[in-house]
Design a protein around this ligand. Structure first.
Ligand code: SF4
Ligand code: MG
Length: 330
């Protein structure tokens, strides 16, 4: 299968008085139809910026370059009009803070009718109703509530209605950025369920941005671990969880296990300042395995025999390191 989305050397930066903040710094990945990629990493690593960037939803002042190929066009250069046309029917988004709100004067049913009529004018009334009710049901909203008004629902239910509105159009590619709060286990399960349906039935590809490695293990084919604007490691989710290659992935997995057992989420040190990131490997100040070469040379991405991409000198290419460079960093 050809990728539905192909991101190549994407960079996103924001101007500040101190200089540019490099939130995304040379990221590449492909996503095939029906595939789910989990994007994980600590707060501030650039994962939300990446998620918004691939949909052309960067805030004013942000600049981007690279390529975001989506079904034959480059989303970075295709222009605002085209992007707006694609958002909804082709490109879906689920953010914790919804981009649009429900209109308090309109019934839920009217929101769905309006959305589907705008984007799929050929659909009949019965089909609109059937599809909407089915999507809402997937999010735990019973058919009996189809004609209710937004104020008749709880905040959590309204959020689920918004998600159903995004998914009823059956987009080809969806970005879900922390779609649930840590406490909302039920919504989480529903979102995973409905996304699995979409993927099974319509080959929807998904980029799932989350702190929750458990969700990634459960719901994603692949995982990308992001650190300081870079992808440290990317590969088959089971493989990466079973055999993390990058020291940061290893630390992240370890801290998640301790989060479950002791309530602590802790990797020594702090993520770097993205205005003046450390030289060489940006993880070197926190890395237990750092070598003399690490602060001096940017890691070169290599692919393991299992297909994992990893950017860390521990994995080579050895010919680019001197013997002195492999001495432990003290
Ligand atoms: Fe650690 Fe060096 Fe690998 Fe960076 S390149 S993760 S500092 S061993
Ligand atoms: Mg975020």
């Amino acid at each position: 299968d050809a990728p539905v989305l192909s991101v190549h050397d994407l960079r996103v930066w924001y101007g500040t008085e101190r200089g540019p903040v490099r939130a995304v710094d040379g990221v590449s990945f492909d996503l095939r139809p029906g595939e789910t990629l989990g994007l994980v990493g600590e707060s501030g690593c650039g994962k939300s910026t990446l998620g918004r960037g691939v949909l052309g939803l960067l805030p004013p002042g942000a600049k981007a370059d690279g390529e975001i190929e989506f079904e034959g066009r480059d989303l970075l250069t295709c222009g605002r009009r085209e992007l707006e046309r694609l958002r909804g029917p082709e490109l879906g988004m689920i953010f914790q803070e919804p981009l649009t709100r429900l209109n308090p004067l309109m019934r839920v049913s009217e929101h769905f009718e309006e959305t589907l009529r705008t984007h799929e004018p050929g659909l009949g009334k019965e089909e609109i109703r059937r599809r909407s009710i089915e999507t809402l049901r997937g999010m735990g909203i019973p058919p009996s509530r189809y004609r209710a008004y937004p104020h008749e629902f709880s905040g959590g239910m309204r959020q689920r209605i918004m998600i159903a509105l995004a998914l009823v159009l059956r987009p080809r590619f969806v970005v879900a950025d922390e779609p649930t709060t840590a406490l909302d286990v039920l919504v989480e399960a529903q979102i995973i369920g409905i996304l699995a349906d979409l993927r099974r039935n319509f080959d929807t590809a998904l980029l799932l941005i989350t702190h929750n490695l458990g969700i990634v293990a459960e719901a994603c084919d692949r995982v990308a671990v992001m650190y300081a604007g870079h992808i440290a490691e990317e590969g088959d989710a089971r493989e990466v969880f079973a055999r993390p290659r990058h020291p940061y992935t290893r630390e992240l997995l370890r801290s998640t296990i301790s989060l479950q057992t002791t309530g602590l989420h802790y990797i020594p040190g702090a993520p770097p300042d993205l205005v003046e990131p450390p030289g060489g490997c940006t993880f070197h100040p926190r890395c237990p395995d750092a070598m003399a070469a690490c602060p001096r040379q940017d890691p070169v991405e290599v692919r393991t025999p299992e297909g994992t991409r990893v950017a860390c000198w521990l994995h080579g290419p050895a010919e680019l390191l001197t013997e002195e460079g492999t001495a432990p960093l003290v």
